[in-house]
Design a protein around this ligand. Structure first.
Ligand code: FE2
Length: 471
């Protein structure tokens, strides 16, 4: 049988402790035959070095098209973990790629050639079935939060499968960021001990050492900046365009006098599609912890003649009542209006943390990760397409559950509501959420957000539609 010279490139990942001095052999599984074991690392010298490629040449009988590599790994000393990025093999004028981008412990592993394949086109159905069976063992359904099917079986980070664990480098980065922040704030407090804080602007003193003063410090009280937070900030999915002002919002033309274009009224500007609303009805009558407060505010925003998106009215509670629940506007005294904006900002923060960030960005994706690993083999096109997007997703979610969102977690400590109430709010959102909400076009339509001709500076809409169309 003819022999082929195989050039094998093995790329080791570039994280801390990625390299390995284990004994490693490859066996090439080809369409014609299976090769002899090829020595990749003898275990004497560390050839599998962090961030470097290792090249091995091997003369073997022609195995045909290589569809899988069998990796036999045995640890010699103290580095059982090896982060393998990819393997490339050239031989007989052909090239095969084996992406992995994951850790390998000791044992025998199989990595399939990189092309995606559906079951009907795959000659190795038994391998697919086995991968799915292993997936079902490793990824199981559980309910860690009542009403939220968002959780896999892992209660602690160390219980996670190796390749789902939060990356050690990111942990170091995160800890360094926290340390820098504490040092900076601490230094700011010490430096200003003899200089008491009397004014809102004094908060800028916390920005010391590693924490540079952000630009927003000089403009956070401006209406324009407050409006920009809707278009470009963390709350950019929180507003909708309205055709009429709901009865519960007692705003009148008198409140917004001088704020609209000349000759226009609320009614005419509603027709011109320039009035938008933010409504935190979800916080209505929500029970707060003793000594803590949470309003259920609503606000009107207006696209003004300077082409700026600005707040024009805020009501702190859902029930209209001029005696205890007045409508605030920029026509009120400066600090009344500023406080009304702060109340809305507080509701923004609470909603953003619990729903926009935690439920939408973290928890909604978790069942998709679990279901994929339980049902689709690694070379299924959908599995391949999605895998890079949820790298460390389960890992960071488990940390979220153990450190932040639990009865003693930091989020509950600083927020206005207790743990059970917070979970109920999250569950309420989850019940109303629809699969179609992931389609940005239908989501924008439902919120009646106009196109760039009417609201030209809402780049989230433009970028996400471009991305959606590209996908
Ligand atoms: Fe996050």
């Amino acid at each position: 049988m003819s022999e082929v010279r195989y050039d094998i490139e093995i790329r080791t990942g570039d994280f801390k402790f990625s390299g390995s001095n284990s004994t490693v052999h490859f066996v090439l599984h080809g369409t014609k035959k299976i090769s002899n074991p090829i020595e990749i690392n003898s275990g004497i010298k560390e050839n599998l070095v962090r961030g470097k490629s290792h090249h091995v040449k091997a003369k073997e009988a022609d195995v045909g098209d290589i569809w899988q590599i069998e990796i036999r790994k045995k640890d010699k000393l103290f580095s059982p973990n090896w982060l393998l990025d990819y393997i490339t093999i050239k031989g007989g004028g052909k090239e095969w790629n084996f992406p992995h981008y994951g850790w390998l412990l000791d044992g025998v592993f199989f990595i399939r050639e990189g092309h995606a394949s559906l079951a009907k086109d795959d000659a190795h159905k038994d391998v697919r079935d086995n991968e799915v069976a292993v997936g079902k063992e490793n990824y199981k359904w559980a309910l860690a939060y009542k009403g939220l099917l968002c959780n896999n079986i892992y209660g602690k980070p160390k219980q996670l499968p190796l390749n789902e664990k939060w990356n050690i480098n990111r942990t170091h980065e995160l800890k360094k960021d926290v340390k820098d922040a504490i040092l900076s704030v601490g230094w700011g407090l010490i430096k200003n001990l003899a200089d008491p804080w009397n004014h809102l602007d004094d908060f800028a003193k916390v920005f010391q050492m590693h924490m540079h003063t952000p630009k927003i410090v000089s403009s956070w009280k401006d209406d324009e900046t407050f409006g920009n937070e809707r278009l470009y900030g963390a709350t950019l999915t929180q507003f909708e365009r309205i055709d009429e002002i709901p009865k519960k919002f007692a705003v009148t033309d008198e409140h917004v006098k001088g704020l609209l274009r000349k000759g226009e009224t609320l009614e005419s500007e509603l027709k011109n599609q320039r009035i938008y609303m933010v409504d935190y009805e979800v916080f209505d009558k929500v029970k707060t912890m003793d000594g803590r407060y949470l309003c259920a505010p609503m606000a009107l925003f207006y696209f003004n003649k300077k082409k700026k998106f600005v707040p024009i009215a805020i009501q702190l509670y859902q029930e209209p009542n001029p005696d205890w629940n007045p409508v605030y506007s920029p026509n009120d005294p400066e600090y009344d209006w500023l406080m009304a904006k702060c109340v809305l900002g507080n509701a923004d923060f609470g909603y953003y943390q619990a729903i926009t960030h935690y439920v939408r960005a973290h928890l909604l994706c978790e069942p998709i990760v679990v279901a994929t690993n339980r049902t689709l083999p690694s070379n299924h096109p959908v599995h391949k397409l999605m895998k890079p997007h949820w790298k460390y997703h389960l890992g960071v979610n488990v940390i979220g559950r153990t450190d932040l969102f639990n009865p003693k977690g930091m989020v509950i400590k600083i927020g206005p509501v207790d743990y059970d109430t917070c979970i109920d709010l999250m569950g309420d959102f989850y019940k109303k959420w629809k699969y179609e909400d992931l389609d940005v076009r239908s989501w924008l339509k439902e919120r009646k957000i106009p196109g760039p001709d009417v609201l030209p500076t809402y780049y989230y809409r433009d970028d996400s539609i471009a991305l959606w169309n590209a996908v």
